[in-house]
Unconditional design. Structure first.
Length: 287
């Protein structure tokens, strides 16, 4: 059974007004336990509205969100418990920091779960370690930290609740290249260490390509396509026509193919393209 299943989800804003529109419409997909799923789409495609349904921040106009096969809205008074199991990290989450110290900020969520004493302390310190924060950071004000460190504090505050599903909305937005890769390395480590299920929303096709097992592509409130990175980026022309991008190395492969080389454009890493070129150099067929 999938850990998350979205069934015929529709969310319509402004019902009964001239401004009525559906941000997501009849969207269905499933997410397996431990899967790392990438979600991509042009601005306005419905990504943000979609992910806010996964932990009950938004209620569907129609359709269902199932967690372990159970509708998360079956008991509306218990929706707060869903938010402990499905953790959502918004874009620029550091703007939500408010406590006097890093320790207190990270402890806010698990404290609301009822954790105290050694259990709370372990949750805070383990989450800080997973995002690369050292013990000496914990007693500092979060507002004394760099932008990248603030981002880690905000992420640690969600990880400390040990959600079974972690939803990340553009987690590396605004960071420099080194900061982006460092934070994604922390997220990969969390995925391996906790065997957590992760949904990553990102505009960076290279970031998606390097990290996820499967990609969901949204266009105009609907699912355009879904598949492995090779399957999705192998349809590069469709992605470009939908106003999206492809990884840089996929663009190179497409350009080489257009110049007559028998290259399979469904590549998304340097290593994939290198193998194809070496095979061609030896007189073989591309992989």
């Amino acid at each position: 059974m999938p850990i998350l299943e979205i069934k015929n989800l529709t969310h319509t804003y402004g019902i009964g007004t001239p401004f009525q529109r559906s941000a997501v419409e009849d969207v269905s997909f499933a997410v397996e336990q431990g899967e790392f799923l990438g979600v991509i789409g042009h601005t306005g495609s419905g990504k943000s509205t979609l992910i806010q349904h996964l932990n009950g921040l938004l209620k569907p106009t129609s359709g269902q969100i199932l967690l372990d096969g159970r509708d998360i809205w079956a008991e509306p008074k218990k929706i707060r418990n869903i938010r402990f199991q499905v953790g959502l990290v918004f874009q620029y989450p550091e703007y939500q920091l408010f406590e006097e110290t890093v320790y207190k900020d990270i402890s806010f969520g698990p404290r609301n779960q009822g954790k105290t004493g050694d259990e709370l302390d372990h949750a805070v310190r383990e989450a800080a370690r997973l995002v690369g924060l050292r013990d000496e950071h914990l007693d500092k004000s979060p507002f004394e930290l760099s932008g990248g460190q603030k981002r880690r504090v905000a992420l640690a505050g969600v990880l400390a609740m040990e959600p079974r599903v972690l939803v990340l909305d553009e987690p590396t937005a605004g960071l420099d290249p080194a900061g982006r890769e460092n934070l994604m390395a922390n997220i990969r480590e969390y995925h391996r260490h906790k065997r957590a299920t992760i949904l990553l929303v990102s505009h960076s096709m290279d970031e998606i390509a390097r990290n996820v097992d499967r990609i969901l592509v949204l266009k105009a409130a609907h699912v355009l396509m879904s598949g492995t990175p090779a399957e999705v980026f192998g349809r590069g022309e469709e992605l470009l026509a939908a106003g999206l991008d492809v990884p840089q190395i996929t663009r190179v492969a497409m350009a080489l193919r257009d110049r007559g080389l028998p290259i399979n454009p469904a590549v998304y890493t340097v290593e994939d393209l290198e193998r194809q070129l070496l095979a061609l150099g030896r007189g073989g067929a591309p992989c």
